[in-house]
Design a protein around this ligand. Structure first.
Ligand code: BEZ
Length: 248
């Protein structure tokens, strides 16, 4: 209050008053951010929520049991970059299905807005967003997942992607700003990499894609080191950097 009075009395011009008010507003948002917004981390259990979506109500902890989930946000319905991204998810749906993965979209819009947008895109392009889109009008899920990043926007979710495994653990997180669309090949690549790593107990090198050699985890004792030195591998730089072919 004292701060507001000081602004009103001492800031000489209207422009300076507005600037000072903006700074105050930003400060309050940031303080609120520290208290109430959280950023989930890799390895955390995905924060649970119940939400209204275009496919009815969803409770995350009870949704898509035994499947992976890709939960992604977009800033707003009826905007160009978002339309290309949502269309990308819809058009590559079969590849997500093949990876045993369900999609859940989100934006801070009402379900009526979502329905109108889904229908509009279908009428204009033939692409149908046939997966749930959360109507996060109260920003509950956006706040839980750190999708609201106030220095980027206080009203639109950033472009986030959460890769959640069947045990509901967060395995990988992407955050993109409002003005740069995501890369669908990369989203599918990392999903496949996570699942391949889990299945075979291997790690994925730079730019790994399906069919490439994979990294044998580095040795953690002398026996394993000797095994790497003596073993016949597809590629070997030294005992700590060894690659093998996956025999599916
Ligand atoms: C877009 O999707 O085009 C967009 C949305 C919000 C801010 C900027 C761009």
């Amino acid at each position: 209050m004292t701060y507001i009075k000081t602004i009103l009395i001492f800031a000489p011009s209207l422009k300076q008053k507005i600037n000072l008010f903006d700074n105050l507003k930003r400060k309050i948002i940031m303080e609120e951010t520290n208290v109430t917004y959280q950023m989930p981390r890799i390895g955390d259990t995905a924060p649970d929520f119940e939400a209204v979506t275009t496919k009815g109500k969803i409770k995350l902890s009870e949704y898509a049991k035994d499947k992976w989930i890709v939960l992604f946000s977009h800033p707003a319905d009826f905007t160009p970059v978002c339309t290309t991204e949502m269309s990308g998810f819809a058009q590559r749906r079969a590849e997500f299905d093949a990876l045993n993965t369900e999609l859940i979209g989100l934006s801070i819009d009402s379900v009526f807005s979502h329905l109108a947008w889904v229908n509009n895109v279908r009428e204009n392009t033939g692409v149908y967003f046939d997966f749930p889109i959360i109507a996060d009008i109260d920003m509950n899920v956006s706040k839980l997942y750190g999708m609201l990043q106030p220095n980027e926007s206080t009203t639109h979710a950033v472009r986030a992607v959460f890769f959640i495994d069947p045990s509901k653990k967060i395995r990988l997180i992407m955050y993109y700003p409002l003005n740069v669309g995501r890369n669908m090949d990369e989203i599918l690549r990392v999903l496949n990499a996570l699942q391949t790593s889990d299945k075979y107990g291997v790690a994925m090198p730079l730019n790994w894609k399906e069919g490439d050699n994979v990294i044998v985890p580095p040795p953690t004792n002398l026996d394993e080191m000797q095994e790497r030195i003596d073993g016949d591998y597809e590629e070997k730089v030294d005992f700590y950097l060894v690659k093998k072919k996956l025999n599916n």
